[in-house]
Ligand binder design. Structure first.
Ligand SMILES: CCCCCCCCCCCC(=O)SCCNC(=O)CCNC(=O)[C@H](O)C(C)(C)COP(=O)(O)OP(=O)(O)OC[C@H]1O[C@@H](n2cnc3c(N)ncnc32)[C@H](O)[C@@H]1OP(=O)(O)O
Length: 199
């Protein structure tokens, strides 16, 4: 069953809910509230959670209008997503500029290496999808050259490199706006037999 795209008004309402939830998550990470206040807020959140949970939708299938809305990197409906906005470059390849937040912390004051890997994994996959070589990550190799800061822009780029049968490779990196490379990634993606021909 194809899950229809949400109406424009539902989409707008959903974006507002997700933005508010992201702000909540940031506030939770940073709060210095006392235990009484934390308990009171927790009770209010429990009630809100029950209201939303009362109406659930089924998960979207690959290629359906909503299929990336729940995605952990770019999902408009996913508060966990930073979210990353991906730009398709005219000469091939993809680019995303992102300011990470304390929510993405690994070592104190720095972005978690797993978050960098998650973002670059997605960017590599998108670069392959852009050339009709969409697939699932079979292996991902990360090289961390310098810490990724939060609170300041970081630029991620990725591009298709080559294919052999159902296997395709892509390279990517995260850098400061001045070009200083912080993290590099190379990934092997495999197009499973059940994948649609073009994504
Ligand atoms: C525009 C919008 C875009 C939008 C794009 C959205 C981007 C999303 C990006 C996010 C990507 C993800 O996170 S994906 C989620 C994380 N990844 C996964 O969950 C994948 C889990 N693994 C699997 O499902 C499977 O293992 C597959 C599909 C990867 C491969 O299974 P398969 O298809 O049965 O492969 P199989 O026949 O065994 O092998 C095919 C060939 O690949 C090789 N091979 C298989 N696995 C590996 C491996 N790990 N490392 C090396 N090589 C391997 C085999 O030796 C063989 O080589 P030869 O004999 O042919 O030489």
């Amino acid at each position: 069953m194809t899950l229809e795209a949400p109406s424009a008004s539902t989409y707008t309402a959903l974006l507002a809910l997700v933005a508010q939830t992201r702000a909540l998550m940031d506030a939770v990470v940073a709060t210095g509230a006392d235990d009484e206040e934390i308990a009171a807020v927790t009770e209010e959140l429990r009630a809100l959670t029950e209201r939303l949970d009362a109406v659930r939708r089924p998960p979207a299938e690959v290629g359906e209008p909503r299929w990336l809305m729940g995605n952990a990197v770019v999902g408009a409906a996913n508060p966990f997503a930073p979210p990353i906005e991906i730009e398709y470059l005219p000469g091939g390849g993809v680019r995303a500029e992102q300011v990470f937040r304390p929510l993405h912390e690994g070592p104190p004051g720095l972005v978690h290496g797993g978050v960098s890997a998650m973002v670059l994994d997605h960017l590599l996959g998108t670069a392959l999808g852009a050339v009709g070589r969409g697939g699932l990550t079979a292996s991902l190799t990360m090289t961390y050259r310098a810490p990724v800061p939060f609170g300041t822009p970081v630029v991620a780029t990725a591009e298709y490199t080559r294919s052999e049968g159902r296997k395709s490779w892509a390279d990517g990196r995260m850098a400061l706006p001045d070009g200083t490379v912080l993290v590099e990634a190379t990934g092997l993606f495999i197009t499973p037999s059940w994948f649609p021909g073009e994504l």
